[in-house]
Design a binder for this molecule. Structure first.
Ligand code: AR6
Length: 324
């Protein structure tokens, strides 16, 4: 399929849409130039499917950064029918890479297609090829989620929901009231149940009538969570608390000291203060990693610290800024 475009001084630049198959990654790569039509995409896919390396159910990365399009409804229908026709009885992931400016033209077409095709073909759009590749490879699926290790494996960095981890202690990014809130706090209380709230109320009535100060940590039961305990710590509010770096470091250090006091071996942390409390994620990464490294050097019994990020993007910011 060849597409001509008028270039500078009337010269015709001919560009070619193309495909390649990466059998070891179960992947078809499409490079789409020029005007994007149902016919052009269908033709390209037919070429790929005729390739000896093609295996039904391969995922696709379609690079539309040099393409433009303006499909009408009947064209969307036709392409949808074609996709349904070739779909195989397993989930296919199709990552579409666009320049931001192209999203309006071609992107909405593909969203409509993905909605029309339903669950057999999962389609997502990306501006970054690396992010597209991660998604297609399923790096965001929990079972395939890779963990990154530091300090001889004593620290692991991963993505996921912290409330599902069967560790000795899950750390909660709480607020001073200890009585619940949103984010990780909300998730821990809602999955852990009333027992955690009762224990927190008791702490308020006994040790902390004015609330738990920022930088401090306390331990309670984990209720219905798979973890044994919850360590509640209160991070600094960015832009409000003085010396936020010292307070954030203190959250990690005091949580680990508390875990060591109770002879706990595995502790999972969320990215404290980086949600509702607004701490810049890159700065928080440097502080958290330094504090954990210092604390672990004095807490020999703790074997495994898991740093759990809610998204791949947050994890990647941490990995780029950590100082282990
Ligand atoms: N598992 C792992 N990480 C999560 C989860 C989860 N289930 N849920 C959210 N995160 P935040 P903060 C991430 O706001 O900034 C609460 O209302 C989230 O994406 O939970 O310390 C409290 O009651 C973010 O990166 O904590 C306080 O009032 C990180 O966890 C206040 O928010 C922390 O986000 C505390 O704010």
């Amino acid at each position: 399929m060849r597409i001509g475009q008028d270039g500078i001084e009337g010269m015709s630049i001919v560009m070619e849409s193309s495909y390649s198959i990466d059998a070891s990654a179960n992947l078809i790569r499409l490079k789409v130039w020029g005007e994007l039509t149902a016919e052009s995409l269908t033709e390209l896919l037919n070429q790929a499917r005729a390739d000896p390396q093609y295996v039904p159910g391969m995922h696709a990365i379609a690079d539309y950064r040099e393409a433009y399009g303006n499909w009408d409804y009947s064209e969307i229908q036709r392409f949808r029918d074609y996709l349904v026709h070739i779909a195989v009885p397993c989930e296919v992931r199709w990552a579409a890479i666009f320049k931001p400016g192209n999203l309006a033209a071609a992107g909405h077409v593909l969203i409509l297609i993905s909605e029309a095709v339903g669950s057999d073909i999962k389609l997502r759009m990306f501006e970054e090829p690396a992010a597209a590749l991660r998604w297609v490879r399923g790096a965001d699926r929990p079972e395939a989620s890779m963990s990154h290790k530091f300090l001889n494996g004593r620290v692991e960095v991963r993505t996921g929901d912290i409330t599902g981890l069967p560790v000795d202690a899950v750390v909660n990014a709480a607020n001073s009231s200890l009585l619940g809130g949103g984010g990780v706090d909300g998730a821990i209380h809602s999955r852990g149940g009333q027992e955690i709230l009762r224990a927190c109320r008791e702490l308020r009535e006994t040790c902390y009538p004015r609330g738990l100060p920022a930088g401090e940590a306390v331990l309670t039961t984990a209720g219905n969570l798979p973890a044994r305990y919850v360590i509640h710590t209160v991070g600094p509010v960015w832009g409000r608390d003085q010396q936020p770096d010292a307070l954030l470091a203190s959250c990690y250090k005091k949580s680990l000291a508390l875990a060591a006091d109770h002879s706990l071996e595995s502790v999972a942390f969320p990215a404290i203060s980086t949600g509702a409390y607004g701490y810049p994620k890159d700065e928080a990464a440097a502080i958290a990693s330094t504090a954990i490294m210092e604390a672990l050097s004095q807490a020999g019994a703790i074997e495994q610290v898991s740093l759990v990020f809610f998204s791949d993007a947050d994890r990647d910011v941490f990995l780029a800024n950590q100082q282990f």
